[in-house]
Design a protein around this ligand. Structure first.
Ligand code: 0A1
Ligand code: ZN
Length: 883
């Protein structure tokens, strides 16, 4: 085994020895070389002994000059190595000048300063600033920045940084400069710079207190005309945060830039958000409903960070979920208020289960607040983001919106302008509401998905229902011992007529109104006694998915069908259908496919024909559990059997319900021009789900898909049809794919969709096609979106074709990880994580996956990013020092 990369521990945290008050940065941008002149006003922290060395972070930098109080230093006065610059004897207070030389055009990591198309842009979270200049690159060092950018006026008429423009001028060599000043002290990870020839979509927003803010979205000129939805979303997000949390934007300029080459979704740099084009650009003919929805959510997310992340920031990177979990939750609340809250909740839980639950059961398992990492970029995970948001949602469930708001208000009152920890957040919630959240704190430090088992006993003589609730978290790769958690369990009791009964607990005198109650589960085993019942109810448990746990209750098929038809909680209605389907699929995986039980077909038929129901919810109900979800329920994953079972169920339902599906398909056609509204989206979704079923059986399936494709007047319908065509071997289907590529050859985001549908194709030769597409002239692995749309989609989204028994999928993946590691380690490491779950498969696959990991591990000069993923994946010991 090669040596494991050096680990950083939360328990080793010490506060910074030197602080920076002011930063002045001068960028001389050039096609060949960029020079960065930095002047820092530094002072020694109170707790630091005089004479202590100053250590600055810096990576891959060419150091040109160094001076203290304008006295140049010679080589004997400092030490530079691969990661840092150390100055031995520094005064208590001084000006440090550093000059570095960069080559942004060669930066394929997309961290620090790089070029995307014609523009210059930066990405500094988490540790990218140290690739621009030497600096104490940690979030608890907060400084005021003044930034001057000089560039060729022709190539870069637009020069942007954080804050407000405070000066500009022309130079005689065709160059010009602009100076920006950001009045808010900020950590280096929130610094940003953009330069280029950009189109600007401008608007304004006035806050309730009367601040008039200039809003601007910058894109390459070719993308002008695709920013209206992003702008509308931004204004909606601003109004929402004002209304919901009394939080206003604190800036005069709120700038957003769309960049084609970006490792992640978007970045909340103070006053200058930088976005992946995917989350800005939309027009009905190029963007799907999902794109419109995601744009609104990501715009909201980055905007909400201005308070939760920027005004109050992180003490250290272990606290990442302090800003991310909270901001994802705020984004979820915003999205729910924009329409279709139940659908949103279902989709959130579906992604949590598809991405976070498996992670929590893998060698990469870590708590919402990890205790150790080698490379922080590996911890922008489903656990930190999604489970982190579920933790915030549980505060909200326990305290209610008012109590939650009180807690958030206190958090800002106490910590505005500070760099803080998850404990500080918890203390604000507890103190503002005078509650004890001591046990709740374990959610931050304990990894793994708890299993909650519920059983009940009804005593008809007393009208009493006794619920026995147990909780247990299995040991994870990082943590052998688990303690009981404080879990809010939302329940309802459904009577025979389908209506909720009042849940009156023993000892209470007043009967509450019928509906949902939240029980506080704290013990490994706990009993709750409900009184005053006159019939045995069907329990509806974990309503709205009130905690990120697996819930176990021994439902009969009839009870599930009953909840599927009647539960007043839309989430649990959906959940009941999923449980029924999962049961059938698991049975078939084990014993071979068979007949679909009549109760299930009937339940589906009723839902399909319920014209009073919200089409979006019907669509969710008809969507079968994903192959990944089924896989999670198995001790040893059988990819082929899972695929076969799910396809069989899909086809059997389609055959049994063909007439109803045709009616639904016809009834849900949406007239009029495209609107990205929840109502229309729901109908398109249902219609496309019906089409997906119909495409499995009918003699005229091909004709139907082709007609749907031809008649589509928006990208949502186009892609629904194209995905089904990509599953088929017919010449007409091939021709449609070819024509699509030709039509959209100059539109990168649309071409990404074309790569993706082929990567996800159910065709047996999907792998061969993916391999061929990797040699397509339009396939450029340096572009993360393109890479994810082909290699990422295939390896992470096409289980049955990726996990082929001969192991060729694993070899392909390992080759790509190795190739990418020298180019963009962050993206390579994400891809490598796919192999981390090798122990879950049958011996043959498992062995082949492990061999792929070992081959990667044996490569010389592996990045920290990939090195950590591979080392953790292969580790045999139980102990990973987390928590
Ligand atoms: N803070 C951003 C996510 C982000 C993280 C890292 C990045 O580059 C390494 C870029 C973006 C967010 O939560 O939106
Ligand atoms: Zn975020």
């Amino acid at each position: 085994m090669s040596t494991e990369p050096a680990t950083v521990y939360l328990s080793d945290y010490t506060s910074p020895a030197y602080l920076v008050d002011e930063v002045a940065l001068d960028f001389e941008l050039g096609d060949e070389e960029t020079l960065v002149y930095s002047r820092l006003q530094v002072h020694r922290a109170g707790h630091t002994a005089p004479g202590s060395p100053l250590v600055l972070d810096g990576e891959d930098l060419a150091l040109e000059a160094l001076a203290i109080d304008d006295r140049p230093l010679d080589a004997t006065e400092f030490d530079v190595d691969e990661r840092s610059l150390t100055l031995a004897g520094v005064p208590e207070r001084f000006t440090l000048s550093v000059t570095t030389r960069l080559r942004p055009q060669d930066n394929t990591r997309l961290e620090g300063l790089y070029r995307s198309g014609g523009m210059f842009c930066t990405q500094c979270e988490a540790e990218g600033f140290r690739r621009i200049t030497y600096f104490p690159d940690r979030p608890d060092v907060m400084a005021r920045y003044t930034v001057t950018i000089t560039a060729d006026r022709g190539a870069c008429p637009i020069l942007l940084s954080n804050g407000n423009p405070v000066g500009s001028g022309e130079l005689d060599d065709g160059r010009h400069w602009v100076r920006w000043h950001d009045p808010f002290p900020k950590p280096s990870y929130l610094f940003a710079l953009v330069a280029g020839d950009l189109h600007c979509h401008e608007d304004r927003h006035t806050t309730p207190s009367g601040r008039d803010i200039r809003l601007a979205i910058y894109t390459e000129h070719a993308n002008a005309g695709r920013t209206a939805h992003a702008m509308r979303s931004l204004k909606a997000a601003m109004a929402w945060d004002e209304r919901t949390y009394g939080l206003e934007c604190d800036l005069d300029n709120y700038l957003v830039v769309a960049v084609g080459d970006f490792n992640m979704g978007a970045m909340e740099n103070k006053g200058l958000n930088i976005f992946n084009t995917q989350y800005i650009l939309a027009r009905p003919d190029v963007a799907t409903d999902a794109d419109y929805t995601n744009i609104e959510a990501v715009i909201g997310h980055e905007y909400f960070h201005n308070w939760t992340g920027n005004r109050v920031t992180l003490r250290d990177w272990f606290q990442l979920s302090l800003k991310e979990g909270l901001t994802v939750f705020r984004e979820q609340q915003f999205s729910a208020d924009r329409g279709a809250p139940a659908v949103r909740r279902i989709q959130e839980v579906r992604t949590l289960r598809a991405a976070q639950f498996p992670e929590d059961a893998s060698p990469m398992a870590h708590p919402v607040r990890p205790g150790a990492y080698a490379e922080i970029n590996n911890f922008y995970t489903a656990t930190v983001y999604m489970k982190g948001a579920e933790v915030i949602r549980m505060y909200h469930t326990l305290l209610g919106q008012e109590g939650f708001r009180r807690g958030l208000d206190l958090y800002f009152r106490r910590h505005d302008g500070q760099a803080v920890t998850c404990e500080d957040f918890l203390a604000a919630m507890a103190d503002a509401n005078d509650v004890d959240l001591g046990q709740f704190a374990r959610w931050y430090n304990q990894s793994g998905t708890p299993v909650m088992r519920v059983s009940d006993e009804y005593d008809p003589a007393d009208g009493r229902l006794t619920l026995t609730v147990t909780q247990e978290t299995a040991p994870t790769a990082d943590q052998p011992d688990k303690a009981p958690l404080h879990i809010p369990l939302a329940i309802g009791l459904v009577g025979a007529d389908g209506a909720d009964l009042p849940v009156r607990l023993a000892g209470e005198t007043d009967a509450p109104a019928p509906g949902t109650r939240v029980l506080d589960v704290r013990e490994p085993e706990q009993r709750f006694v409900v009184e005053g019942l006159t019939e045995r109810p069907v329990p509806s448990l974990l309503r709205g998915f009130s905690a990120p746990v697996r819930l176990d209750y021994d439902y009969t098929d009839e009870q599930l069908a009953f909840l599927f038809a009647n539960d007043s909680d839309a989430f649990n209605r959906w959940e009941a259908g999923q449980r029924l389907a999962t049961r059938i699929l698991l049975r078939w995986v084990e014993n071979g496919v068979g007949e679909v039980p009549a109760t299930f077909v009937d339940a589906f038929r009723e839902t399909l024909n319920d014209t009073a129901a919200d089409p979006a919810l019907v669509a969710e109900a008809l969507t079968l559990p994903g192959e990944g979800f089924i896989a999670e329920q198995m001790a040893v994953i059988e990819v082929d059997a899972i695929h076969e079972a799910r396809e069989h169920l899909r086809a059997a339902l389609a055959r049994a319900l063909a007439a109803d599906l045709r009616t639904v398909y016809t009834r849900n056609a949406v007239d009029g021009p495209y609107r990205p509204e929840a109502e229309d989206m729901g109908r398109r979704r249902l219609r496309n789900v019906a089409l997906d079923y119909l495409a499995t059986v009918e003699d005229d399936a091909l004709a139907r898909c082709l007609a749907h494709y031809r008649e589509a007047d928006n990208m949502t319908d186009t892609m629904a049809a194209l995905a089904l065509l990509a599953d088929r071997p017919d010449a007409e289907a091939e021709a449609a794919l070819e024509a699509f590529a030709e039509r959209w050859r100059d539109d990168p985001l649309v071409l990404d969709k074309w790569f993706r549908v082929q990567a996800l194709s159910r065709r047996e030769d999907a792998f061969e096609r993916v391999r061929a597409l990797a040699a397509h002239p339009a396939f450029d692995p340096r572009n993360p979106n393109r890479l994810r749309s082909l290699i990422g989609a295939f390896c992470q989204g096409n289980a049955v074709r990726f996990h082929r028994a001969d192991g060729a999928g694993y070899t392909f993946l390992a080759d790509w990880v190795i190739e990418l590691d020298g180019m963009n380690p962050q993206v390579a490491a994400r891809l490598a994580k796919t192999l981390s779950r090798w122990r879950r498969y049958d011996p043959r696959r498992s062995e082949a996956m492990r061999a792929a990991l070992e081959r990667i591990e044996a490569r010389p000069a592996l990045s920290k990013d990939v090195g950590e993923v591979v080392a953790r994946s292969l580790e045999r010991s139980e102990d990973h020092h987390n928590g």
